[in-house]
Structures are given as C-alpha cells and as structure tokens.
Design a protein around this ligand. Structure first.
Ligand SMILES: CC(C)(COP(=O)(O)OP(=O)(O)OC[C@H]1O[C@@H](n2cnc3c(N)ncnc32)[C@H](O)[C@@H]1OP(=O)(O)O)[C@@H](O)C(=O)NCCC(=O)NCCS
Length: 156
C-alpha cells in the first residue's frame, strides 16, 4: 500500500478537496470542519506548509504545520476514515517531521485530545512524548470539554 501513496504540497487549487478530507476525518470526533477559507487563511500565514496525500489517486489525507524560528507545530493531520490503518498518517507525519527539520526547527509540538487513542498511538509510535495538559481545551459538540495533551518531538 505504501508504494501507492503520493505526497504533494497543498496549493490554492486544492482547498475544497482539503476541506472535504478535514471535514470527513474530524466529523466522528464532533470537531468543527475547517472551511476552504480557514485553510486559505492558514496557508497564507508565515511559515505554514500544507501537504496532500493521495492513495491510488484518491485524496486520502492532509497535514498542515507551522515553522517559526526553531520550533514547529503540527496544526492538523487528517486521514479519511476509509483510508486509515494503511500507513497514510505515518507518511504524512514523517513528511512534516522532515520538512520541520529541514526548515531549521529543533522540536515539533502538537496538541491532541485525551479522548483520541488513534492519534495518540500514532504520535507515540513516531517518538512524541507528552509534556503537559491543557485542561478542558476541546469542545466536542454538546459534550463535556476534553483535555488536550501537549506532545513534543525533538528533531535534533
Ligand atoms: C490519527 C490518524 C491521522 C491516523 O491515520 P492512519 O492513516 O490511520 O495512521 P497509520 O495507518 O499511518 O498508523 C500508524 C500507526 O499509528 C498507530 N495507530 C493509528 N491508528 C490507530 C488506531 N485506530 N488504534 C491504535 N493504533 C493506531 C499505530 O501504531 C499505527 O501503526 P500500525 O498500523 O503499524 O499498528 C487518523 O486516525 C485520523 O485522521 N483521525 C481523525 C483526525 C485526528 O484525530 N487527527 C489528529 C488530531 S490531533
């Protein structure tokens, strides 16, 4: 499967496709989907890069990260439910790590819901370690607020 994955930069012409991937990926978590305007705004911000991953020609996943000085932040990573557990998330995150390192960052940070075992498992498998908690950070629909774990990966 991994050989059929094709990665490329997310461009201005990909915004609707990227928004569709984001919406489909986060809907089961009860998180608000990012619109094309959200994505356009982020991609126009200093230091932000987006990636689109295709699997056998289908849009499978996206990732966005920001590099500022010697730190990088994973803004989002999303793989369509139908494309999961085939290495797409790992491939996207590996590309983000490589990009952040090449851009001069010494560490990559992210936030993940405490109620999100698949994402936590991916990050732990890639070497991230929890360094803190933001209490009651995520709103999931009408449910209770959910804590976020802050995780860090050293790039040195
Ligand atoms: C998290 C997410 C990006 C993972 O994408 P994916 O393509 O399924 O991940 P991969 O197939 O590359 O998995 C890589 C490793 O992560 C871990 N992992 C991923 N999903 C997992 C799951 N459901 N249960 C347990 N471990 C999991 C495993 O260690 C896996 O390696 P393995 O398949 O060899 O066991 C995907 O589930 C997703 O988009 N979730 C919704 C959006 C989201 O939560 N984004 C992160 C917000 S912080």
């Amino acid at each position: 499967m991994a050989a059929d994955l094709v990665l490329r930069r997310l461009g201005a012409l990909d915004l609707d496709r990227a928004a569709a991937v984001h919406g489909e990926s986060f809907a089961p978590l009860g998180e608000r989907a990012w619109t094309r305007q959200d994505l356009a705004g982020l991609l126009a911000s200093p230091g932000v890069t987006g990636l689109l991953l295709q699997a056998e020609g289908r849009d499978a996943g996206i990732a966005l990260c920001r590099v500022a000085a010697d730190e990088a932040e994973l803004l989002t990573i999303a793989v369509r439910p139908t494309e999961r557990r085939r290495g797409a998330g790992r491939r996207l995150l590996t590309a983000v790590i490589d990009h952040a390192r090449e851009a001069g960052a010494g560490a990559l940070f992210l936030e993940v819901g405490a109620d999100n075992p698949p994402a936590r498992a991916l990050y732990e498998a890639m070497g991230f370690r929890a360094i803190g908690t933001r209490t009651a950070y995520y709103r999931r629909g009408d449910g209770p607020l959910v804590d976020a774990l802050v995780m860090r990966l050293s790039l040195n």
